[in-house]
Design a protein around this ligand. Sequence first.
Ligand code: NAP
Length: 334
Amino acid sequence: TGAIAREHIKSITDKLSGGKIVAVTDVNEEAARQVVKQYGLEALVYPDDKSLVNSENVDAVLVTSWGPAHEQNVLNAIEAGKYVFCEKPLATTAEGCRRIAEAEMKHGKRLVQVGFMRRYDSGYVQLKEAIDRNEIGEPLMVRCVHRNPEVDEKYTTQMAVVDTLIHEIDVLHWLISDDYKSVQVIYPKKASRAHANLKDPQLIIMETKSGIVIQAEVFVNCKYGYDIQCEVIGEDGVAYLPEPASIVTRKGAKRSTDILVDWKDRFMDAYDIELQDFIDSIIKTGQPNGPTSWDGYIAAVTADACVKAQESGQKESVDLEEKPVFYTGKITVQ
Ligand code: NAP
């Protein structure tokens, strides 16, 4: 019942349809009780995730605990045969993601959706549609930017990959329908505001199997705002991720628009759309339709290769196993 959990509880309770919060749990039981009270939920507080997932009243589970707990939370939900939406990361290791995929395949039908919400952002959806319609021809290069105004002292060089770049890692292979082959990390001149142990900014170069080269900048002390950019350069043209809508002012010989500061504001709609899709797909098709356990595995393997590249300074290969047939099928609405 931490920060993102409370956002999801508010959405499901106040905005979305088809779902109701009927059970909550937290390592700190008192925190769970507080949330029930604060949001006026008709929900029971369970002592742990195992008892919660096994409750008859529970059809689907949202895993919003801290990352290292996700794997066991998801495995427990699968074992109980419950649908499960898991915030990123699906697991903190590639082996953990693989174990989840194995358990899901053994169960025999898709139960898991990973919270890679950018795939539900209308800008990324439009960008993908333009690429799929061949409007810019074959993609050759991608340039993207992930900037945060600041981070706290606990933020490490590795977190630039596992917490920040992870969203680009997921959304980009989906966007260009390709798999990663290799990655490399370059450290430009260090920003003076970056704390002593943090290398910031970082430039991550990712090459796909078909040869598309992606250049992704992570800069978490940019000061000026939260800024997400993406530009796909094709054979016949270039497509840009739309900027968030904002009024333009002309004043004092300057033309200006606001830039967001809080990451929550940038993808607020996408969070709602992804959860609504999770609920609707389960109701209509009996399976979730969003990013799969295998996407969680791809993200983990690619992030591991990026962390290795951070340390080695070399190009590192992304060694993905072949996608099981279980994760290739399209789900049709009945
Ligand atoms: P948070 O506010 O710190 O919440 C984490 C929750 O996990 C808290 O309820 C915390 O309980 C609980 N927890 C702590 N230790 C635990 C343990 N050993 N076992 C089980 N649970 C434990 O963090 P958050 O920002 O909500 O993030 C939660 C997850 O969502 C993270 O995996 C994060 O990466 C992900 N997330 C994703 C996005 C996105 O863009 N998709 C955005 C935000 C977060 P206490 O409060 O009692 O310690």
